[in-house]
Design a protein around this ligand. Structure first.
Ligand SMILES: Cc1cc2nc3c(=O)[nH]c(=O)nc-3n(C[C@H](O)[C@H](O)[C@H](O)COP(=O)(O)OP(=O)(O)OC[C@H]3O[C@@H](n4cnc5c(N)ncnc54)[C@H](O)[C@@H]3O)c2cc1C
Length: 508
């Protein structure tokens, strides 16, 4: 291989894990190149709420007299009664628990600042462990501005520090291959990356850190864990940050193994969620792209925010209701992904549509027109329900909805409003009939969020192959790493920092 560039450590992906890895490798004396496929840094972390879960007795916990310890973290995240902890690799949780406090300090040392108020979240376990980063101060550099995208402060501060320390950041460079000497026992040598005008090969004299952020956007890959996850389910984070499983695939091409795969389908946690913003393609719960977002031209619509599911019914690809709309538990998701007799599509439940009328629009003060909705396949209106059914056209809607079926669904629901009892799905006291034209249909298909499984690593974040041996020089952290099904930034930052440090300390 002829190398275009040469360095000690190559980090792939400039999100939470990759930035931590790059800074940490540099702090330990390595030359570092960080490659990022996007036009800007940050990945999902840029869009995140910046709620960082790093407990164990860190400086801010101490300030609020919150008693915590690494042992307590370990016990919380290995508790067999918790569905999100049950399948965790105890060795990885132990390493995480022991490295939380130093990782929190590492963030402070690199300029990250936190709002001084502990947040209690159910997934943060038995004591408050979450503190929120300040949002980045330049609104034009926050990808979803004015919507508490506090993770922007985390990633912008880290990249600022990385650059100051001498990390070379290559944007618009997509890793397409990891180069290894032979297969069994051989060490990794470098990567190939594609830029718009050239392919480059970068030699990594010490190590390569995969921090590409997970797999939820790769339909083929995600169906390994759950065959129902067919193409209609969109990925949170788009259209800014794509989780394409690139790191997992490149590592598996050279022998890497996955780990704790049961965690992806454990039916708890945020792997797949209900939408909140309907009538646009990507309506993930907390993520709302305003019209001044730099990626708004790709989003095309903000969506209509549903604060009360009394305002609409939800129907499947055949035009029938399938569950109590108010429920947000996994039972709802399960029902949405069920097959109710569509013989043309046996896996995956197909698109889900919110159906509502002019009175709901008035009550909610919605504006059912662009840029709030996307009429190009994700929103339709008509003066009759029958006509509305015919206007629902979308690439994922394999068959048109029959007007008579949708009309029957609405008639039946309206009868439940009159009687006060939903005898099909037990929605608590259905309140509003769907009666006043115009009628609307808005895309409301569940949306994927976290990758909770990925590559097998040891506690130093070294990738393990399918025979259980370390692949020398290859590391993985973040949502591409398997074995620890914790939502979000905490584990990504911890293992990113561990990976960068270990890679830097390797002999060339
Ligand atoms: C809307 C939203 C809100 C969230 N809020 C929170 C929160 O408040 N608290 C919390 O703890 N977690 C939150 N999360 C989750 C958290 O942001 C992620 O778990 C975390 O960012 C994952 O870190 P990562 O480094 O693995 O991936 P990312 O941060 O996504 O970074 C991966 C990077 O790799 C790049 N990449 C991918 N493939 C390639 C390739 N082939 N070549 C080069 N680069 C590549 C991507 O473009 C991306 O920039 C949120 C996520 C979302 C989407």
């Amino acid at each position: 291989m002829e190398w275009t560039l040469s360095t000690d450590v190559v980090v792939i992906g400039a999100g939470a894990a990759g930035l931590a890895a790059a800074v940490s490798a540099r702090d330990h004396g390595a030359e570092v190149i960080l490659v990022e496929e996007n036009f800007d840094i940050g990945g999902h972390a840029m869009l995140s709420g910046g709620r960082v879960q790093l407990g164990g007795g860190n400086a801010l916990q101490a300030k609020f007299n919150i008693e915590d310890s690494p042992d307590r973290i370990f016990s919380d995240w290995t508790d067999h009664r918790r569905g999100d902890a049950r399948y965790n690799d105890r060795d990885l949780v132990r390493a995480f628990a022991d490295e939380c406090v130093p990782t929190f300090q590492f963030l402070l040392d690199n300029g990250v600042t936190f709002i001084e108020k502990p947040i209690v979240t159910p997934d943060a376990s038995t004591v408050p462990r979450v503190f929120v980063t300040h949002e980045w101060h330049v609104p034009g550099e926050v990808i979803a501005p004015r919507r508490n995208r506090n993770g922007s402060g985390l990633v912008r501060r880290l990249v600022e520090s990385a650059r100051k320390k001498g990390v070379q950041v290559l944007l618009n460079h997509e890793m397409t291959q990891i180069v290894r000497d032979g297969s069994k026992g051989g060490r990794v040598r470098g990567i190939v990356a594609e830029a718009s005008d050239r392919d480059i090969a970068i030699e990594a004299r010490k190590g390569i850190v995969i921090a590409t952020g997970g797999h939820t956007g790769n339909v083929n890959f995600r169906r390994m864990f759950d065959p129902r996850l067919t193409e209609e389910y969109q990925q949170a984070g788009l259209p800014y940050s794509f989780q394409g499983a690139d790191g997992e695939l490149a590592a598996m091409d050279i022998g890497a193994s996955l780990w704790a795969t049961g965690a992806q389908t454990s039916e708890v946690g945020p792997a797949i969620t209900k939408t909140r913003h309907v009538g646009c393609r990507w309506g993930y719960l907390s993520l709302y792209f305003e019209t001044d977002s730099p990626v708004f031209h790709l989003c095309k619509a903000t969506g209509l925010t549903v604060t009360d599911w009394q305002e609409a019914i939800l129907v499947d690809q055949t035009g029938r209701r399938f569950w109590n709309e108010i429920d947000a538990s996994y039972d709802f998701i399960n029902a949405a992904m069920g097959n109710r007799g569509d013989t043309t599509k046996l896996n995956g439940g197909g698109p889900i549509w919110a159906i509502f009328d002019a009175d709901a629009v008035a009550r909610q003060n919605w504006k059912p027109e662009p840029p709030h909705v996307d009429p190009d396949g994700y929103f339709a209106s008509a003066d009759t329900i029958f006509e509305l059914a015919g206007r629902i056209r979308n690439p994922y809607q394999k068959q048109p909805i029959a007007g008579s079926v949708l009309q029957e669904t609405v008639n039946r629901y309206n009868s439940f409003v009159t009687s006060g009892v939903d005898s099909d799905f037990n929605k608590p006291v259905p309140l509003h009939p769907i009666a006043k034209p115009p009628f609307h249909a808005a895309w409301s298909t569940p949306i994927l969020h976290d990758s909770l499984t990925g590559l097998r690593t040891d506690t130093h974040a070294q990738v393990i192959d399918i025979r259980g041996e370390v692949i020398p020089g290859l590391y993985c952290a973040g949502e591409s790493q398997g074995g620890f099904a914790q939502h979000g930034l905490g584990r990504c930052l911890v293992f990113g920092r561990i990976a960068g440090r270990h890679a830097a300390q390797r002999n060339s």
